[in-house]
Design a protein around this ligand. Structure first.
Ligand code: ADP
Ligand code: MG
Length: 246
């Protein structure tokens, strides 16, 4: 579903990506694990065509994103739903208005009733009931805000969902809740997911496959078990931060 090949990107003298390659199979969850500033967001921005590589390519569902512009790029971006670190909900809008927002933008002819029904269907996918529709984000718990953010990300039924640091800054219980949500989204919707994280425990819980990004390249890649057994010195050190505590 997603194929990144030999991606290179520098900002001035700062070489952020130096030849990143990875493949995400349809219907699976792929996690990019890496420390702060390792280039995770830069990589994600290439996947959605927000940044252009100096070298290399990104193909999504067979489409080369790197060469697209204007209308074609806008069209290609519909393949993605995005969930950010901050839920990025609109504070002054209700849950109904927040989740309906992308649909309303895309198709202004949809009736209020249609919108409402579609929103309720997506809330159900994320285990939220109709009673949250009139609430404002500030009236929801952190975990519920994430679920609303995911409902909004999937309202247009994208084949791919991208999560940028979905658990950063959350308490352990909310983190578990969000991990569970990512697994459910895969199981219930069959979506392909890419999760960017520096949270080792969460990454190992949600990943079918994962890659550790270090020094602009992939230091280890495979199933969680394979990555855990990696002999790469940085990967061993990075993972020991968490596994030693277990
Ligand atoms: N638009 C930009 N212009 C210049 N430098 C950038 C830009 N975006 C990111 N960087 C640099 O790229 C590096 C990786 O950033 P980022 O991908 O955001 O890291 P993270 O892994 O924490 O998401 C950092 O050194 C950052 O300063
Ligand atoms: Mg980032």
């Amino acid at each position: 579903m997603i194929e990144v090949t030999d991606l290179h990107k520098s900002f001035g003298a700062n070489q952020v990506l130096r030849g990143v390659s990875l493949r995400v199979e349809k219907g699976t969850t792929f996690v990019i694990l890496g420390g702060s500033g390792s280039g995770k967001t830069v990589l994600m921005k290439h996947v959605i065509g927000l940044l252009r590589p100096d070298k290399g390519s990104v193909r999504v569902a067979g489409v080369d994103i790197t060469g697209l512009e204007g209308k074609e790029l806008t069209e290609a971006r519909r393949m993605f739903g995005m969930v950010f670190q901050k839920s990025a909900l609109f504070d002054s809008m209700t849950v109904l208005e927040n989740v309906a927002f992308p649909l309303r933008e895309k198709d202004r002819s949809l009736s209020t009733r249609d919108l409402r029904e579609r929103v309720i269907a997506k809330l159900k996918v994320v285990d939220l009931a109709e009673n949250v529709l009139p609430l404002y984000p500030s009236e929801l718990s952190g975990g519920m805000q994430k679920r609303v953010a995911l409902a909004r990300a999937i309202i247009h039924e994208p084949p791919v969902v991208l999560y940028d640091e979905p658990t950063t800054g959350l308490d352990p219980i909310t983190t578990d809740y969000v991990d569970e949500m990512i697994v459910q989204a895969k199981e219930r919707l069959g979506v392909t997911s890419m999760v960017i994280s520096h949270d080792i425990a969460s990454s190992f819980k949600v990943a079918d496959r994962l890659a550790v990004l270090y020094d602009g390249a992939i230091a280890a890649q495979g199933t969680p078990e394979e990555v855990r057994r990696s002999e790469h010195p940085h990967v061993k050190k990075f993972l020991s931060l968490w596994f030693e505590k277990q």
